[in-house]
Write a protein that binds this ligand. Structure first.
Ligand SMILES: Nc1ncnc2c1ncn2[C@@H]1O[C@H](COP(=O)(O)OP(=O)(O)OP(=O)(O)O)[C@@H](O)[C@H]1O
Length: 394
């Protein structure tokens, strides 16, 4: 099922309308808005789009935008393929279509701020300036959270930690960690603590009232490995919290020889109950992420055999986790040109071969394939994201 790539791209670029002035705090270089019309030219005027197959329309943006019931879109794939650009452009497209939208990054190496050319950091909801309907962004920052956690430990001798962890939805984890020397622990965080913090934030917002206004949530996920860990929540938590508990009990027995055996047992039982509660909460989220009515995972890739192989493995893993996947974005496809240089001609041949690999890959061939062209400038700022979104999300 090949959806058409952007026809008349030059015309689209020329017709690009700039939204309201961008008033947000900027990071890095300012948006080069006046130069945008010229700089968003593609390298060719017409795209060699494969013909759309029957049924492709049903898989288009209209289907994604239909209805006001909340839907979650998670975009993931190999590092650097364009996950953030595609996620941000989808969020802008939803917002411009009237959906109050939230875009969330669970990638520890955030690039939402760079993509929107606005400072969206801080771990709280920040409104993105520009789109027609409300668009908010949330960069979950596990490192910062860990730093706050460490400060709280030092300042308040433990009670601040509990409050902070409660705020993160990790109150029971704080209790588990209560007797550990947290400063030391956080210098060498146990595997998965970052993900646990990201997950707890996700859970928190899914349940909180202030997030109920959003009818579309777009997740810019971390590269493949992290994403899979995020998705296999209960297993991951069993493993990582299990390790924390083991470590805790080791330290407890080393530092507190006078504890009664009975006291320890009661404590362990209490801890186990609380962990079970946490696990149940995670299971709820897992179910939500697997809800075919409300959730879709979109794989982003580029036309190279290496990226495609990883995408096929990702799709297989997602299928095993029962996460709904319907679309595959093949990003950064060279637009056609009648006067290719030698380098471009070789590159194009390479990309064509890679696209053939997708068509014949048993894991990927059933997906709706969206071809997104390589544009000749960095996609930064809402106008550029709107431009990309209008091409990709048809
Ligand atoms: N279709 C495209 N045309 C031109 N440049 C693109 C396109 N898609 C993405 N880029 C550029 O490629 C770079 C990487 O894109 P992006 O940050 O979206 O990738 P990512 O997969 O989110 O990366 P990471 O894994 O590091 O988070 C950026 O500079 C972005 O502007």
């Amino acid at each position: 099922m090949l959806a058409p790539a952007a026809p008349r791209l030059r015309a689209a670029a020329a017709g690009l309308s700039l939204p309201a002035p961008v008033r947000a705090r900027f990071v890095g270089l300012p948006i080069r808005r006046p130069a945008l019309h010229a700089s968003l030219r593609l390298r060719a005027s017409a795209a060699a789009a494969p013909p759309a197959k029957e049924g492709a329309e049903e898989m288009g943006f209209q289907e994604m935008a239909a209805g006001t019931r909340r839907r979650d879109y998670m975009l993931g794939g190999k590092g650097g393929v364009g996950k953030t650009s595609c996620a941000a452009s989808l969020a802008v497209r939803f917002a411009n279509n009237g959906h109050p939208t939230l875009v969330v990054s669970t990638d520890p190496a955030h690039s939402l701020s760079d993509s929107f050319a606005q400072d969206l950091s801080g771990g709280a909801l920040v409104q993105v300036e520009g789109p027609e309907a409300p668009l908010f962004a949330l960069e979950i920052n596990p490192e910062k959270a860990r730093e706050e956690f460490r400060t709280a430990t030092q300042k308040n001798g433990g009670t601040g930690v509990k409050d902070f962890m409660d705020g993160m939805g990790l109150g029971m984890l704080a209790e588990q960690l209560g007797e550990l020397k947290l400063g030391e622990l956080l210098d060498t965080p146990p595997p998965g603590l970052d993900e646990a913090i990201a997950i707890s934030k996700v859970i928190q917002f899914l349940e909180a009232q202030e997030y109920s206004m959003f009818s579309r949530i777009v997740f810019d996920t971390a590269p493949t490995g992290h994403t899979l860990r995020l998705l296999s929540l209960p297993d991951f938590l069993d493993a990582s919290i299990g390790k924390i508990l083991k470590l805790r009990s080791k330290i407890a027995s080393a530092t507190s020889a006078i504890k009664s055996v009975f006291g320890q047992e009661v404590q362990q039982q209490d801890a186990a109950n609380k962990l079970e509660q946490l696990r149940e909460r995670m299971v709820k989220v897992r179910e939500l992420f697997r809800d075919t009515e409300s959730t879709e995972f979109i794989i982003v890739t580029i036309p190279t055999v290496m990226a495609i192989s990883e995408s096929a493995r990702l799709h297989l893993s997602l299928k095993k986790e029962s996460v709904p996947v319907k679309r595959l974005i093949v990003n950064q496809i060279l637009p056609p040109s009648s006067s290719d240089c030698k380098f471009c001609a070789i590159k194009r041949k390479d990309q064509t071969r890679a696209l053939d690999v997708i068509r014949n890959d048993p894991e990927l061939m059933g997906l709706n394939i969206i071809q997104a062209p390589l544009v000749d400038m960095e996609i930064r700022g809402v106008p550029a994201l709107k431009f990309l979104g209008d091409i990709v999300w048809k």
